[in-house]
Design a protein. Structure first.
Length: 249
């Protein structure tokens, strides 16, 4: 993977869907289109195209020099983290599986434990990262469901804390289950592009919410966490597990 050119000047789009050509892939393309329209030069990366090993929970990163992970040289995870560290703004597009992020994306997030350890240890490189904003575009098959997107947004907030990135406004899209459902909805596609363009135009403004700077429990806290309540509450439909549709996604 090529190294990013000058750091903190252009946005990164990380497309996290395991299905090629799926709805979150289309969302990523629409984010890219909106950013280009806004004058940015985004980099679009598909997570599934890169070799990623899951965290083994060995805790080596807690005591190893510079909080190194024993898996660092065995896959492409560190290259992807490098893109996150050196991008001016972050966009994540992802489907929702059983009310949360898909497995490969969550596995990638778990590998960031070494960055939690590094920030808590006062690593100067991590502490020197500028504050940036991250935005999520999440696509669910279910037309409604209580807290359908809430767990994913909370995970993203804790994941991004060691990279000094705060989660800003999210765009949540329920009711798109079939592979071509979102691409067939041109109005929704334009909404995604407009969302991305507006986020880029507002860069530099401090987003509301996000984790407090402190010591989150390695991303493992079971308390309410950052922005306690309902992230993107205006877009969460009540209903629960049996509300509408037959898809767990």
């Amino acid at each position: 993977m090529d190294s990013p050119s000058p750091p903190w000047t252009e946005p990164l789009i990380l497309a996290c869907g395991p299905r090629k050509g799926g709805n979150s892939d289309h969302a990523a393309r629409m984010v890219e289109r909106g950013l280009v329209r806004a004058g940015a030069r985004p980099r679009l990366v598909h997570l599934r195209d890169h070799a990623l090993n899951p965290c083994r929970g060995c805790q080596s990163c807690h005591h190893a020099p510079r909080n190194a992970c024993p898996l660092m040289a065995r896959d492409e995870t560190e290259a992807l983290f490098g893109l996150i560290k050196h991008s001016a703004m972050l966009f994540f597009t992802s489907p929702i599986y059983f009310y949360h992020l898909p497995g490969a994306f969550k596995g990638f997030i778990d590998r960031a434990q070494r960055y939690y350890e590094a920030r808590l240890a006062g690593d100067p490189e991590i502490l020197a990262l500028p504050e940036r904003t991250a935005h999520a575009c999440l696509v669910a098959g279910r037309p409604r469901g209580e807290k359908l997107f809430e767990g994913s947004l909370l995970t993203l907030r804790y994941f991004l804390w060691p990279f000094n990135a705060r989660v800003g406004e999210a765009l949540t899209l329920p009711g798109y289950d079939g592979p071509g459902d979102l691409s067939a909805d041109h109005q929704a596609g334009e909404r995604v592009s407009a969302f991305a363009a507006a986020c880029w135009a507002a860069r530099g403004q401090r987003p509301a919410g996000g984790p407090d700077v402190g010591k989150p429990d390695g991303g493992k806290s079971d308390v309410d966490g950052p922005g306690a309540g309902k992230p993107d509450a205006g877009k969460l439909d009540a209903g629960g597990p049996d509300a509408g549709g037959d898809s767990a996604r």
